[in-house]
Design a binder for this molecule. Structure first.
Ligand SMILES: [Zn+2]
Length: 65
């Protein structure tokens, strides 16, 4: 089961082969060979990297199936 590394929600949508969107906290998650890149989607559609804002405590739960 995939979970959002930020809010731990399972409410994730796949938007590309290795990209996911969390409908709960509105972030985009890119799985870069197991290294997660996390972006916040701004209202104008641009992406802001927020990796530093994620403490990573939930990253262990991240498993792409
Ligand atoms: Zn989330």
């Amino acid at each position: 089961m995939m979970r959002c590394p930020n809010c731990n929600s399972i409410d994730l949508g796949r938007i590309a082969e290795n990209q996911f969107y969390c409908w709960h906290c509105f972030i985009e998650i890119a799985d870069n060979n197991g290294k997660l890149e996390i972006y916040q989607v701004e209202s104008d559609g641009t992406l802001t990297a927020i990796n530093d804002l994620i403490d990573g405590q939930n990253e262990d739960a991240w498993q792409v199936q």
